[in-house]
Design a binder for this molecule. Structure first.
Ligand SMILES: Cc1cc2nc3c(=O)[nH]c(=O)nc-3n(C[C@H](O)[C@H](O)[C@H](O)COP(=O)(O)O)c2cc1C
Length: 344
């Protein structure tokens, strides 16, 4: 149904600008989520089966498959995601200050490659607005992660204070916080992955959190093994609860010839061409930490097999975004059905 009817319609809506399709989808899911009857109907239509619970960093997840950050930045459709079968949702990335993001168009579909390039640039309503929305909504059906990034107007030298302000606004909400230091679309952001700088940032954030929430770090797929090793040492030294691997890539390998014209668009590439590298990073993190640091594996999951391979590589939890654009809720259903039964 999604691939035959919904996707062609959405792609037509988004012909001039793919973001139009995104906005239509989110608006529709937000509206659906406001009615309990409509949400139940959505769950029935999606035939979601969620019965592979896991407890990771002290949080119980009804399914290890979550919605990745960036799809629902401001938490507008929070009731709808569990109805589609997601076992958790990561909202954000939000920043201390509301910001419009980059100029449109800033989202490009590469259908032959089952991929997307985006340079959204953290368009979001701000950390306080998200806190207010979460207050109004009350408890959710599944665990919630909140991704935090740096406001564009804040100079890199003041980055720590900017992240701290977001944590202060949001530390009473969600089940974990994710520090996004890996988006390629905020100038300088990825330099926060350097060990010394990251140590300062994590020290300040853990100080602010005072154990209130698990803190995770989301990393780029473009780091060298050496840089990842150093980063992991800092994470472990600062009691980070887990690593999210990976964000989008600046590389352009593995694109279909038909998508070559869009390869030159600035931004991060996600979807199928990212799958191998994401799995490699997950396996590397798993090996380097002796399996002791939980990993959320994300990048290019387009089939149930992709999901299983990321779990085999050492991920405890999974997320996806781009696969949903191309395959719709059937992908979530297919993955949930293929998951091994209960672990720990
Ligand atoms: C349009 C778009 C916006 C995104 N925005 C964010 C974001 O705000 N924060 C973040 O941590 N990751 C963001 N991501 C990255 C995804 O969360 C994910 O790490 C990446 O897309 C790889 O997974 P996928 O191949 O399943 O999409 C975004 C991805 C896309 C496609």
């Amino acid at each position: 149904m999604y691939e035959r009817v919904v996707r062609p319609t959405l792609f037509r809506i988004g012909r001039g600008d793919a973001e139009n399709a995104h906005e239509t989808t989110l608006r529709w899911l937000a509206r659906t989520g406001r009615s309990r009857t409509a949400t139940r109907a959505l769950a029935a239509a999606a035939r979601a089966r969620v019965d592979a619970p896991r407890t990771v960093f002290g949080v119980r997840f009804p399914s290890p498959l979550g919605l990745a950050a960036g799809m629902d930045k401001d938490g507008r459709a929070l009731a709808a995601w569990p109805a589609l079968g997601f076992g958790f949702v990561e909202v954000g990335t939000v920043t201390a200050r509301a910001q419009p993001g980059n100029e449109r168009p800033r989202l490009f579909r590469l259908p032959e490659s089952v991929a997307v390039i985006n340079r959204m640039g953290f368009n979001n309503a701000g950390a306080s607005a998200l806190a207010a929305r979460l207050d109004a909504i009350g408890p959710l059906a599944v665990p919630l992660g909140i991704s935090i990034g740096k406001s564009k107007v804040t100079p890199m030298a003041d980055a720590v204070g900017d992240y701290v302000a977001s944590v202060r606004a949001l530390r009473g909400h969600g089940d974990y916080l994710a520090v996004n230091v890996s988006s390629p679309n905020t100038p300088g952001l990825r330099t926060l992955q350097d060990a010394a700088v990251l140590a300062d940032l994590l020290g300040a954030l853990q100080g602010e959190l005072a154990g209130a929430k698990p803190l995770l770090v989301k990393i780029a797929p473009d780091l060298s093994d050496e840089a990842i090793s150093e980063l992991l040492e800092v994470c472990v030294a600062h009691d980070v609860a887990g690593v999210i691997a990976t964000n989008t890539t600046l590389r352009r390998d593995g694109l279909a010839p038909a998508d070559a014209v869009l390869a030159g668009e600035a931004g991060g590439l996600s979807g199928r061409p990212l799958a191998d590298r994401a799995r490699e990073v997950v396996a590397f993190v798993h090996k380097q930490t002796g399996g002791r640091l939980p990993i959320i594996g994300v990048g290019g999951i387009a089939t149930a097999d992709d999901a299983l391979r990321l779990l085999d590589a050492g991920a405890s939890l999974l997320q996806l975004y781009t696969g949903l654009i191309f395959r719709g809720p059937a992908l979530v259903r297919e993955i949930n059905r293929g998951l091994p039964a209960e672990q720990a």
